[in-house]
Design a protein around this ligand. Structure first.
Ligand SMILES: [Zn+2]
Length: 260
């Protein structure tokens, strides 16, 4: 099975960084955001997913975790409590309403690196739209009508190529995706498509197939090297005109959204 060597190298590099500079990194982040206090309920929610509390920090409206591309909206814990949703799930477990997921609109801010991901994002939206009758994702020119905002940012302290937020627990999909332009983004075009499919997968509620926390979706394999929702997206599986879903991915989509 082909894997993306860059991802592997990147993750090894990340692991090394986390070991060697974790204290320094934490200190610098705390310096940047001195006034932000972590909400106990949010920390509990995120550590239940297997993350270390010391890796959690706030950026804008989101709780982020160093070394992870998954973001948690700051309102998630309150929404989960209010809606009495069980959060012990690898499938995110936060309800998204089909009435919303049948009409997901993405707005690209000017900071979005169109030259890198404009095409791949378009094709990723097509792949999701083509796999399930309850998912339709399109690009919109209206920010006020958008469900997902995609932006670019430059941050040498963050390891991933992109981050995306999980659904917030109010029926909508996760509302933000960021591309870190600090990273080289030198993977193939098809692998960029795969990365965008992966990040949109987080906004639809999917977590990482190969990591703990969450809920195991019935019928999916416990280990699936071809899953687009692995933490290191498998390389060489996606193209603009052909989808690279694994059998397990399809099972997970069938379980949550239904398949065509
Ligand atoms: Zn991810």
């Amino acid at each position: 099975m082909k894997t993306n060597n860059y991802f592997i190298k990147c993750f090894c590099f990340i692991a090394g960084l986390m070991v060697t500079i974790s204290c320094q990194d934490e200190e610098s982040l705390l310096t940047v955001e001195p006034s932000q206090k972590l909400d106990t309920k949010m920390v509990e929610l995120i550590t239940q997913d297997g993350h270390e509390a010391s890796d959690i920090y706030i950026k804008d409206d989101f709780y982020r975790v160093r070394g992870s591309d998954i973001m948690y909206h700051k309102d998630m814990a309150d929404n989960l409590l209010r809606n009495n949703i069980n959060e012990e799930q690898r499938w995110h477990g936060v309800q998204t309403y089909y009435s919303h997921t049948r009409d997901i609109r993405i707005y690209k801010e000017s900071s979005f690196p169109e030259y890198l991901y404009g095409g791949p994002l378009y094709y990723a939206a097509q792949h999701w739209s083509n796999i399930s009758p309850n998912i339709n994702i399109a690009i919109t020119n209206s920010r006020s009508n958008a469900d997902i905002i995609v932006s670019g940012y430059y941050d040498s302290r963050e390891y991933g190529w992109a981050v995306a937020s999980l659904p917030t627990g109010n029926g909508n999909v996760g509302s933000w995706m960021w591309i870190n332009t600090y990273q080289p983004h030198n993977q193939s075009y098809g692998d960029k498509v795969g990365l965008m499919v992966h990040e949109l997968g987080h906004t639809l509620g999917y977590r990482h197939t190969d990591q703990g926390g969450g809920y195991h979706i019935q019928g999916t394999p416990y280990s699936d090297g071809s899953s687009v929702m692995n933490s290191g997206v498998p390389g060489g599986l996606w193209q603009s005109n052909s989808a690279g879903w694994s059998a397990g991915d399809k099972q997970a989509i069938k379980w949550a959204y239904g398949l065509y």
